[in-house]
Design a protein around this ligand. Structure first.
Ligand SMILES: Cc1cc2nc3c(=O)[nH]c(=O)nc-3n(C[C@H](O)[C@H](O)[C@H](O)COP(=O)(O)OP(=O)(O)OC[C@H]3O[C@@H](n4cnc5c(N)ncnc54)[C@H](O)[C@@H]3O)c2cc1C
Length: 343
């Protein structure tokens, strides 16, 4: 077995969380992992450290302290203004080798995944990707990660007793972010950054921000599957009337009807809305894991035996092509009546 670059005997009893930020605002997934990290650190009576990289980030550390970090280790440098895998992985590698945390957690975002894979190889340690639960063994200090495998057919518990840091990624929406106290503060530790611009091969030429919806946060999701036959316009109208957003299963995404950011499920977003309205969706396990935390699930399917009905609070056996226009008309009527009463 290949040894990692530091051993459990050399580790510091700390849990590190990578704090991903964009324009001085922390990504929600970092707050979610900080909340979980706090719970684990309390159990172990260890320190929780947030690792923050960027440039001119403003008062971003206060939200990390509010969500439970005891310490923030940060690097502020013009070459860290935009995420580049070369600069970020070099700075983090050095910080981790100097301080040797026992655990290092990251969000399973595109940048988080990129970093996690590269760093795990550099440390010669393991990486538990897309964990659905994390816990620490009090006696041994081993992190136990729950990961679903073989197409969701099994839940595996994975641990790495002899490699450090114990690394894991968690997708957005898996843990609930819980602020503790907005007046909390902690220790700020600045890293010495020594970056050579010639070793950074990525250049940001233009930033294009797409139409972004944070499906992990919206209160109502109207999700469309293969059964809606690419008809997302009416779903969008319905979602707007309900004050929500649209989502999708994988087939319409693969068929190019809707961008990948809208995909819900095991390889998409995990959501926890008040209401999920599932239209023309069969209910495959890979999709269900993305909506099972919804408070209420309503499904419309033409097939009375569709598996989605087993996971639904309300089951509508109907053709979406008939039901969706009827729902839109009914909601528009309600809106008009309310408007008339007000005016
Ligand atoms: C490793 C792996 C990861 C995956 N990750 C994901 C993921 O993250 N998210 C995801 O969604 N999938 C994922 N999948 C795919 C998943 O297994 C299913 O194939 C997919 O969820 C099925 O999508 P669907 O329900 O839209 O389509 P289908 O299973 O084809 O179901 C279509 C449904 O529409 C109904 N229908 C048809 N016409 C009408 C109509 N006119 N009115 C009403 N109902 C109608 C049918 O009765 C049927 O139930 C993954 C697969 C693998 C192997």
């Amino acid at each position: 077995m290949v040894a990692s670059r530091y051993t459990p005997a050399e580790e510091q009893k700390t849990i590190w969380v990578y704090l991903e930020q964009e324009n001085g605002v922390l990504e929600n997934v970092s707050l979610e992992i900080l909340t979980k990290g706090r719970e684990l650190a309390d159990k172990m009576e260890w320190q929780l450290t947030g690792l923050l990289l960027g440039h001119d980030m403003g008062d971003i550390s206060s939200s990390a302290f509010a969500y439970g970090a005891d310490v923030i280790v940060f690097a502020d440098h013009p070459l860290l203004e935009n995420f580049t895998i070369e600069a970020y992985s070099d700075v983090i590698e050095k910080a981790i080798l100097e301080r040797k945390p026992s655990v290092f957690l990251l969000g399973a975002t595109p940048n988080g995944r990129d970093l996690a894979g590269r760093l795990a190889v550099r440390f010669r340690t393991g990486l538990n990707a897309d964990c659905t639960e994390l816990r620490m063994e009090k006696k041994t200090g081993v992190l136990v990660c729950e990961v679903s495998g073989f197409g969701g057919g099994i839940l595996a518990l994975i641990e790495m007793p002899s490699h450090r840091p114990q690394m894991a990624t968690v997708r957005p929406g898996v843990f609930e972010p819980k602020p503790r106290n907005h007046n909390l503060t902690g220790e700020l530790v600045e890293l010495n950054v020594n970056l050579n611009p010639d070793s950074i091969y990525t250049r940001v030429i233009e930033r294009m921000v797409g139409e972004q919806v944070d499906l992990a946060r919206v209160p109502v999701i109207v999700a469309g599957g293969r059964g809606i036959d690419g008809e997302f316009e009416s779903l969008r109208k319905l979602a707007k009337l309900l004050g929500g957003a649209i989502g999708a299963t994988r087939p319409p995404v693969d068929d190019g009807y809707i961008p990948r950011e809208y995909q819900i499920g095991q390889t998409g977003v995990v959501c926890s809305p008040e209401v999920a309205l599932c239209c023309g969706i069969s209910g495959a396990f890979h999709f269900i894991v993305g909506i099972e935390k919804s408070k209420t699930v309503i499904s419309i399917n033409i097939d009375p035996d569709a598996p989605i009905f087993e996971f639904s609070d309300y089951c509508i056996v109907s053709d979406v092509n008939e039901m969706i226009p009827r729902l839109i008309n009914a909601l528009e009527d309600i809106q008009e009546t309310t408007h008339e009463k007000v005016t």
